[in-house]
Design a protein around this ligand. Structure first.
Ligand code: FDA
Length: 306
């Protein structure tokens, strides 16, 4: 109920204006999002890189129903990749990409073409692209696009969601040499027919998937803030004789920064998922929805405007 409250708030333009203008809540936005512009994304990327972290930059653009919006998303990625290269921030900074933002739903051929040009620009800049996972109705199409892109750009990363029942099988398919796979719990609300519903079942699935990825030949990217799962991942790396350069941890910008620093200090590669762009509001609400304590923080912040 708490989660759905936040997710409902994600659609409120009035609340969005309040949050952006109230002094304290501006700070909350800044905690989770680099800013609106590529300039801000580069500045925060530089700070994170200086702290010994790596980054996956995600552009939060408009909802893409139109070819114009899809083309604008592609152009944004091409521009930011050029700037990352000029700034000497590659390969420490890569990009994450949602195929829906390239119009996957309306024209998957065009989305592939745009994703291809982004992967090409990333390769020229000396870095990589990871394809975000969206709701389960897109999984097949996204994995097909991934396999197609990997023919030319083998380092293109996949994201698999442990809450989906199919994911153990997908892990087996993708645990091959050179295959970069980000394993997360899954952020979308999914029906019981396709997804585990209880937190315990999702965690158990996460561990089974982790076992497959860690014992396989690919490059596992362990995307979670869950202390228990992080500890299990460290264990599995030892069991399967992986050195710290043979897998990485990934956490969201602003979430458990002390853990990000601890893991990096322990010699791990830690990648911070760093969003930026105009459409920050829906992203922020989803992050706040993930943690009950965030509700009080936000309520105080909005109240401070008065
Ligand atoms: P869980 O939600 O159980 O959290 C464990 C602990 O972490 C909490 O108890 C709390 O301490 C802390 N925590 C977690 N979220 C917090 C927050 N927002 N604020 C403060 N503390 C918090 N999903 C998806 O469907 N497709 C995708 O492509 C991606 N990509 C992605 C990339 C990266 C790098 C990460 C880290 C995550 C994703 N996700 C994602 C999101 C993922 O599926 C999931 O929703 C969140 O990571 C939360 O799950 P945890 O594994 O952190 O566990």
């Amino acid at each position: 109920m708490f989660r759905s409250l936040f997710l409902a708030a994600a659609g409120s333009a009035r609340l969005e204006r309040m949050i952006e203008s109230a002094p304290v809540s501006k700070g909350i936005v800044r905690r989770f999002v680099a800013g609106r512009s590529a300039d801000e994304a580069l500045r925060v990327s530089r700070e994170l890189a200086d702290d010994g972290l790596t980054v996956s930059l995600d552009h939060l653009g408009g909802d893409t129903g139109t070819p114009e919006q899809a083309a604008a998303t592609r152009d944004e990625y091409l521009a930011v990749l050029g700037r990352l290269r000029e700034a000497g921030l590659t390969p420490a900074v890569e990009v994450s990409l949602k195929l829906s933002a390239l119009g996957q739903e309306t024209d998957d051929k065009l989305a592939y073409e745009y994703a291809h040009s982004i992967c090409k620009a990333a390769a020229e800049a000396g870095t990589t692209v990871t394809l975000d996972a969206e709701d389960h109705t897109t999984t097949d199409a996204t994995l097909e696009t991934l396999l197609e892109l990997r023919r030319e750009f083998p380092s293109t990363g996949a994201v698999l969601q442990a809450h989906l029942r199919r994911t153990e099988g997908d892990c087996r398919e993708l645990a091959t040499a050179g295959s970069r796979v980000r394993l997360c719990k899954g952020a979308y609300s999914e029906p019981e027919s396709v997804a585990f519903q209880s937190a315990l079942d999702v965690d158990k699935s996460y561990v089974r998937c982790l076992n497959i990825l860690m014992s396989g030949e690919g490059y596992p990217m362990v995307a979670t803030h869950d202390p228990r799962l992080i500890a299990i991942a460290e264990d599995r790396a030892r069991w399967f004789d992986r050195s710290t350069g043979e897998y990485e941890f990934q956490l969201l910008y602003g979430v458990r920064p002390e853990e990000q620093a601890r893991l990096a200090a322990g010699g791990h590669t830690v990648r911070v998922y760093l969003p930026y762009g105009d459409q920050w509001y829906g992203y922020l609400m989803r992050r706040l929805a993930e943690r009950p304590a965030n509700m009080a923080v936000l309520a105080r912040a909005v109240k401070s405007k008065k």
